[in-house]
Design a protein around this ligand. Sequence first.
Ligand code: HEC
Length: 124
Amino acid sequence: MKIKHKILIVGITLLICGCTNMAPETIDESQGPSNCTPQFPGMNITYDNYVKNILSRNCIICHQGGNSPGLGNFTTYNGVKPHLDYFYVRVIQDRADMPQGHAPLPKSTRDSLNIWISNCSPEK
Ligand code: HEC
């Protein structure tokens, strides 16, 4: 009886710890507007005041929907939003491959894009 109880307690403990450990991963994967916390609350970088301009100058030549070669339509906020998960690897990191066929954007621009996304990519 005693051993059975111990096994039960260990089992329950593992179960609880397992769930607790998994929780942050689950939150990361489903990062939407509702469960995103701005990481740089003092920085006022928005789609309207910064990002729109960067994308129109460097990206929409290929990313404007219709028959354009790039995925998505980056001419609007709602058009670019679904692709932000890929921005770190494709646009922001030092070995970024966008804009395609060109060197990565200047470091300061990439840092600003990173801050914008870390702040939950506000529109205004
Ligand atoms: C010369 C054309 C061209 C330019 C300019 C360009 N892209 Fe792209 N981009 C592409 C193509 C083609 C793809 C789809 C194929 C691929 O994933 O490599 C793509 C894919 C992407 C993806 C992956 C999208 C997804 O949902 O998988 C992102 C993010 C991206 N581009 C961002 C950008 C950004 C930001 C810029 C401007 C800084 C930019 N691109 C400029 C051609 C371009």
